[in-house]
Structures are given as C-alpha cells and as structure tokens.
Write a protein that binds this ligand. Sequence first.
Ligand code: HEM
Length: 421
Amino acid sequence: MTTLHSTAEPGTSAVDGLGAEYQPFDHHGMYDFFARARTAEPVFFCPEINYWVVTRREDILPLLQDAERMSAEIALAPATPLSPEATAILKTGMTAEPTQVNCDPPKHTRIRAVAGRFLNMKRYASLEPEIRRLAREALDELEASQDRGQVDLVADLVYEFPARVLFLLMGIPVEDAPKIKTWADYRLLMTFGNLSPEEQTRGARDMVAYWQYCVDLVSDRNAKPQDDYASFLIEHRHQAEPPLSDNEVTSLVFGLLLAGHETTTNLSANALLALLTHRDSWQAICKDKSAIPAAVEEVLRFASSVVCWRRRPRIDIDVCGVPIPAGSNILLALGSANYDEDIFPEPDRFDISRTNAREHLSFGRGTHFCIGAPLARLELTVLLEEITARFPDVALIEDQTPEYIRTIAFRGPKRLFATLR
Ligand code: HEM
C-alpha cells in the first residue's frame, strides 16, 4: 500500500495530513477517524501530544511483542506535561517506581514472576461466588436509586462494583471505595488526560494521598499479614532475585489499585451501551446466558476501555514505511487494530456471534499482556448474567449522547441514563 505520511520531526508543529487532524483526547468519531487512517496514512505524527500513532493491526502486533527493541517505560508518563507545582508535589510526596506495565525486562520479568503467582486464573475463579454476591448487591443499590425515576448505569452500577471486586484481592474494606475511586479518577487523568495546571495540583495531591494509603497498607501487612496481594508479595519477596523491596511492593499495590478497576468500570459501561443500543444482542443474552462470554469478547473488540497504549523504540525503526527515530513516543491504537478490516469483516457491526472476536488486542500481547484479563472477563460475565436475569427490560433513555472521559488511552461514557422497567 502507498502510504502518505508526515515529514515533520517530533516536537515540530509543521505537520500535514492526519496528524494535524487527530484529536487524541476526544473519543467521539474516533473509530471513523482510525478507519480513514488505516487506509490513507496508517502511521502519522501527532504534534499535540508528540506521539507517532500506529493504526494497523499488522503493524501494532509486532511492536507489542517486541520487548527487546520496544521499551514500555513511557506507559504511565503524563500525556500532558505537568506544571512545576504538580511536579514538585509528586516529587516530594511519593517514590513510586516502575514495576509492571511501565517496567522493562529483566526487572519486569523478576517482578511479574512473583506477582503472577498470586494474580492468576485459579485465584480469580475462586472469587466467582463473591463476585456474584457483589454484583447482586450492586443491583440492589441500582434498584434503590431508581426512586429518581431513572438511573445512571455508570454512577449507580459500574462505578464502584469493579473496585469492590478488586478489594477482595487487596484486603481493602468496601467503605474505602469512594475515596479510592476519586483518587484513581484523578490519577487516570493526570497520566492520560489533559488537565489544567490547577486541576493538576489537585490531582497531584490526590496521587500523594493515594500513594500514602498504599504505603500504610504495606506497612500494616508487614506487621500483620492477611490473605491478600500485599501480604503475598511480602511473604514471597525472596522468590525474586534480588528480593522485592518494600518500595517495589508498594508500587505494585499502587499500580494494581488503578489497573484493576478503572479498566473494568469503563469496559462495563461500554458493554451496557453497546448491548442496549443493539437490542437484538441484548435480547439474545437475556434468552441464553451461554451467549454471554462471546458477547463479552465482542464488547472487548468493539468498545474496549483501553483504546491506545504506549511504547518507545530503543533503536531507529521503520513502521509501514515510516521511519521512527529511537527514543520517540509511539501510541499504538489498539482500538483501531480491533476494527482492522483485514481481520474483522464489517468491523463496525456489533456481532456477538463473531467467531474471531478474541483476536482483539485490548489486553495487549506479549511480555506485558494484561495480568487481569481473566478477572475482567469474569467480572463482566457475572455482571451481565445478573443484570439480564433481574432487569431484562432495562432501556437507555433515548436521545442521550454519551460524553466520554478525555484521555489518550481510556475510553468509557461518563454517564448512561436508563430506566429499569
Ligand atoms: C477491560 C479491562 C482491562 C483492559 C482493557 C486492560 C488492558 C491492559 C493493557 C492494554 C495492558 C498493557 C499491555 C501491554 O503493555 O502490552 C494491561 C496491563 C496490565 N493490566 Fe490490564 N486491563 C484490564 C483489566 C485489568 C484488571 C482487572 C487488572 C487487575 C486485576 C489488570 C492489571 C494489569 C496489570 C498489572 C498490567 C501490567 C502487566 C505487566 O506489565 O506485566 N488489568 N492491561
């Protein structure tokens, strides 16, 4: 294919083509934009964020899988440069270090080996009865909130539920959910969004409070071990060589306390939006529960909560004919890969009987493949089983245009107004 691409170097603003048009924080029309990019300019440079954007699955996949040439160190770098005030607050208030998603081998390998002994399929599966109990409780609360005539499926259902599930692994009391969700929201926007300097100051304070919460949790588990993630890491720290330090354990807890619920909150909201706007699919899963796992996979393809992820090449590379210098920032448009017509015929069609939906890249691939993928699938499956059984007639209020959170990577509606019956 002939490719047109920007001739500008990173950091310059003289960019022609799609790089000048791309709105990295705005998810309306994102899939249509990427469809154009895959055909006309599959790799382009976006000066607004100083990133090269890669849109075709066949280009994204090898980059995800190449941990030798591609560093993950920028995975959690602020997408918008932080103000001096926010930087100072973070510098004095926290000592988080790369341990997983933004950490490269060999350190990543050493740490993931221990974390993976706790975060695995067997443990997630053992939580299923508790996840179901939490889903039923969340639906009780949803029903109670319909006094107002309508409900918001985000605020009243999927906002806290995934955090409460994650807390089962972390040994955190459910009462802490509201403050942890607020801290996590800010952390997400500090890392992937474009907050104003004033908002960054507030966000930095929240991140420090969040970090301190994790420091206290790890110190508590050092003194009084429980059956939870931090206690497991402390107990098994010597299985890593050198052993896991307290700061590494705290960084792992800090990392999971974001990755483990912001992702699933947004995925669940995307799932409800997709299924309720494709009523035939909703009715199909109401009628036949066994269709739910395939529906979950199609939601992950059609409306993932993580639509872009980041890498930095260690050497000069060539992607689809476009030279990208070592040390550049690269945004891998996972959401675009999930609509790549070379793999997914009629990608705009939401089709819960699609046989290859699992080929999506929503959980990444290779060294950093999402360690929580089985939990995310399980949580959404249980939630859908419960809500379809209890509220099969739930319907979105007509004529609402979902407003999306503004980040370069996470995608999910802020509100979804609905009636239950
Ligand atoms: C819909 C839900 C989720 C999505 C879309 C998602 C997506 C991702 C993506 C794209 C990555 C990076 C892959 C890469 O760099 O190649 C990742 C990594 C990770 N995810 Fe998830 N995730 C989800 C849920 C979860 C949950 C529930 C947990 C925790 C229980 C979790 C924990 C992690 C961790 C710890 C990593 C870092 C893995 C590593 O670098 O070794 N995620 N996830």
